[in-house]
Design a protein around this ligand. Structure first.
Ligand code: B12
Length: 218
């Protein structure tokens, strides 16, 4: 089966919110050697965007969003081990400590989880604080474990200002220079990252890893 047919089958299952179909289609694509990063970017994320558009047009409602979330999680469980193997760094030296979190008021975690897992596979020591995390707790954790990198995820435009608040709080405490602050999530843009004084953003988990490595010099 050509790659595009596999990606289409995965996307259709995500858009229809069919978790089992999404998992089966992902398995079939991997068996046919479709690149796991293509599955993430084109099969899963593009389909998630399409669901988002339907939600905005009021063709889909919260139940459909939830079913898509379940289907995304299912497919991610299948593709994740293959992605991690591909991006694993067997050099045993720890690249640096990372605190990652989805910011306060936001509970989207599928993208953040894969970023955390891929950073771990790439040799970073990641403390993933979960979702809806207040900025003060994120900073306290970063200080406690002596992290180098803070990774913030937000998918809601109403949550994104907490990223800015966190950077301002680091500044106010005089510790901004200690940290590389990376931001991401479907609604985050380069210009937003620059505007709030973050150290960078990335569109997907592989680019997030590249960015973290480049910033830390590993
Ligand atoms: C599934 C989903 C849900 C699920 C989430 C399940 C879960 N456990 O995460 C549920 C049903 C819970 C949900 C709820 C809501 N959702 Co929702 N949801 C989505 C949807 C369709 C997919 C999200 C997803 O998982 N994408 C797949 C992952 C892999 O992609 P990703 O998160 O973007 O992550 C990748 C990159 O962004 C990047 N990345 C991510 N984090 C980071 C961090 C760093 C540091 C870096 C460098 C990179 C990086 O790498 C990741 C992997 O490649 C999106 C649409 C979309 N376009 O994404 C809407 C969307 C995010 N949701 C939306 C809305 C409105 C809501 C609700 C408010 C709906 C409601 N009325 O209740 C609630 C909010 C709940 C809350 N308080 O957070 C809107 C947000 C609009 C906006 N701009 O603010 C969206 C964009 C849909 C839309 N277009 O309208 N949602």
């Amino acid at each position: 089966m050509p790659e595009s047919t596999h990606l289409q089958a995965i996307a259709t299952a995500i858009i229809d919110g069919e978790a089992e179909d999404a998992m089966e289609a992902t398995k079939a694509a991997l068996e046919d050697n479709v690149d796991p990063m293509e599955i993430l970017n084109r099969g899963l994320m593009d389909a998630a965007d399409e669901v988002g558009k339907r939600f905005e047009r009021s063709e889909y409602f919260l139940p459909e969003l939830m079913l898509t979330g379940r289907a995304l999680k299912g497919a991610m469980e299948i593709v994740k081990p293959v992605l991690l193997e591909k991006y694993a760094d067997n050099d045993s030296q720890v690249k640096g400590k990372v605190v990652s979190a989805t910011v306060h008021t936001d509970i989207h975690d599928i993208g953040k989880n894969i970023v955390s897992s891929m950073l771990t596979a790439a040799g970073f020591e990641v403390t993933d604080m979960g979702v809806d995390v207040p900025i003060k707790s994120i900073i306290d954790k970063a200080e406690e474990i002596e992290a180098r990198v803070i990774c913030l995820s937000a998918l809601l435009t109403t949550s994104m200002p907490f990223m800015k608040d966190l950077i301002q709080l680091l500044d106010a405490r005089g510790i901004r220079q200690k940290y590389i602050v990376l931001v991401g999530g479907a609604s985050v843009t380069e210009s937003w990252a620059m505007h709030i004084g973050a150290d960078g953003t990335a569109r997907n988990a592989a680019d997030a890893v590249k960015l973290a490595r480049a910033k830390i010099g590993a």
